[in-house]
Design a protein around this ligand. Structure first.
Ligand code: MV4
Length: 509
């Protein structure tokens, strides 16, 4: 096993990896930028290395600086977390070249799955069903149009170098095709320095279901069931859960999707933890979308239903050990839900809200897990993704997990900044969510049905709300914001110090 591991990441995922390293008595090395000098992951690691200025290109995305830190601190392995360099084939190769173990798959597997057309070819060759469409990038708009006619409208235009929805366009009718092609292609060129596109038939109102897999370096591979990730906004997942409510209606679907995921991953020579994404409809048809060659944000829901530590297993696989179990040993028990807590204001079009955490009350108790990167007094930097924490709960049934999540959310107070905490209350109480009637358009439809606004303060607290609003240093901002701030919002949104949560609780009791 490794004698010291550097974590090439920040925030809650760096802390998550440090916890497992501590259990395994492996010393940890944190890295940090100027913006993260006081960050929790730096305090909790055994050692820490400064990388450079706040911009990611000079810190968490800088391969040379990270390798230099690993060599200086004598780390023998690097855990990349998610995001940043986690799916960068050049980084995986550079680690290997420097004699440092990359805790992930081979550079070859990363680049195979990084090209979304090559991923489709590999998955299809392995025997996984793919969405009808082109197996290669198209080189001209006319070639793309011919492919779209062949697939039949509506279609999806996607970036070969894309993933996660960037450079993606839905096209419903032929007259809209050329404009959509041009705009998707230039977005892809801007985002990935690669404007190539491919064409898929559009799969309408399907669910986004992904399979967690684990492969070792000896050819053993298992799946750990599915996660339902249909509750999304602008390709940002908001709530994830395991099992998928669809599996209760189609119990044989898990084994079919699990086997398809393993076939796709095997065809890429994959080892490490990985995730195979599918679109699935309510009749049990499903299609391979893409594969994520990293540990995912939502891995804790799988950990709670399997009882496994995915980071420990990643370390074990990277050290060359065989998987310590086979498929028949995997037992999925109960139900888990995860809410992604963001520094953003749902009452104000989800505008980012970084700033100083002035007050913090965190939920706990049976079946509650909080993977968090914040503490009272911490200033959330605006340089990185504004995810603050993940609240994950487990219980014996989905219904009980929802009840537990509502209880835990009621205990959670984040003061000083706006957060999306109150949004989860609305989703978890929504009858369609409760019924498990989910699809990729679910959250947009739900927000249309019940436009989200900050709850009004209860009558007995209204004078207090007015007082607090008037005492704010720049209280005029509540009515006449400067041009650079979001539009005016109800005065209650300025009660950003936890009282707003209190009000939410009062209201929903
Ligand atoms: C699709 C699709 C429907 N049909 N492809 C989104 C991100 C990337 N992982 C693939 N995605 C999708 N690809 C075809 N052919 C639906 C999605 C999709 C989605 C689309 C619109 C709004 C939300 C979505 C959430 C998940 C997946």
């Amino acid at each position: 096993m490794f004698s010291k591991v550097l974590i090439a990441n920040r925030g809650e995922i760096a802390l998550r990896v440090i916890r497992t390293l501590r259990e395994m008595s492996i010393p940890s090395v944190a890295v940090y930028s100027d913006a993260d000098r006081a960050a929790l992951h730096v305090r909790r690691a055994d050692e820490a290395a400064h990388l450079g200025p706040a911009p990611s290109s000079e810190s968490y995305l800088n391969i040379d600086r990270i390798l230099d830190a690993a060599l200086r601190h004598r780390a023998t392995a690097i855990h990349p977390g998610y995001g940043f360099l986690s799916e960068n084939a050049r980084f995986a190769q550079a680690c290997a070249d420097a004699g440092i173990a990359f805790i992930g798959p081979s550079a070859k597997s990363i680049s195979m799955m990084g090209s979304k057309t090559e991923a489709r070819r590999v998955a299809s060759a392995g025997g996984a069903p793919i969405v009808p469409g082109t197996l290669d990038g198209v080189t001209s708009a006319s070639e793309a149009l011919a492919a779209a006619r062949h697939a039949g409208f509506p279609v999806m235009l996607k970036a070969v170098a894309g993933g996660g929805g960037k450079g993606m366009r839905r096209v419903d009718r032929e007259p809209d095709f050329l404009a959509a092609f041009d705009s998707a292609s230039s977005e892809a060129l801007r985002s990935f320095a690669d404007g190539r596109l491919y064409v898929e038939k559009l799969i309408e109102n399907a669910r986004h279901i992904e399979i967690q897999i684990l492969g070792d370096r000896h050819g053993n591979m298992v799946h750990l069931g599915e996660r339902e990730c249909s509750v999304q906004r602008r390709h940002q997942k908001v709530i994830e859960e395991s099992p998928s409510p669809l599996i209760a209606r189609l119990p044989e679907l898990r084994a079919r999707m699990g086997e398809a995921a393993i076939r796709a991953a095997r065809a890429a020579g994959y080892y490490n933890a990985g995730t195979v994404e599918f679109l699935a409809d309510n009749s049990g048809n499903f299609y391979f979308l893409e594969m994520n060659t990293r540990l995912q944000v939502e891995h804790p829901v799988t950990e709670l239903v399997t009882g496994l530590d995915l980071v420990r297993l990643q370390l074990s696989i990277a050290a060359g050990h065989p998987l310590p179990f086979t498929q028949s040993d995997i037992v999925l028990r109960g139900a888990a839900l995860e809410c992604r807590i963001y520094a953003e204001d749902p009452a104000n079009n989800f505008f980012p809200s970084p700033g100083r955490i002035t007050q913090l009350a965190e939920p706990s108790g049976p079946g509650v897990r909080l993977d968090s990167g914040i503490y009272p007094g911490w200033t959330v930097p605006l340089d990185y993704d504004p995810m603050l924490a993940k609240l994950i709960v487990w219980n014996d049934t989905r219904e009980h997990a929802i009840e537990r999540m509502l209880r835990a959310l009621g205990e959670y107070q984040i003061g000083g900044i706006q957060s999306n905490l109150a949004l989860f209350d609305a989703i978890l109480r929504d009858p369609a969510f409760r019924a498990g009637n989910l699809h990729t358009g679910y959250l947009d439809a739900m927000l249309q049905r019940t436009p989200f606004t900050a709850p009004p303060p209860p009558a007995e607290l209204a004078p207090l709300a007015a007082l607090v609003a008037s005492r704010l240093p720049n209280s005029s901002a509540a009515t006449t914001p400067p041009a650079t701030t979001p539009p005016a919002a109800p005065a209650s949104r300025w009660l950003a110090d936890g009282r707003q949560n209190l009000m939410r609780k009062e209201r929903t009791r």
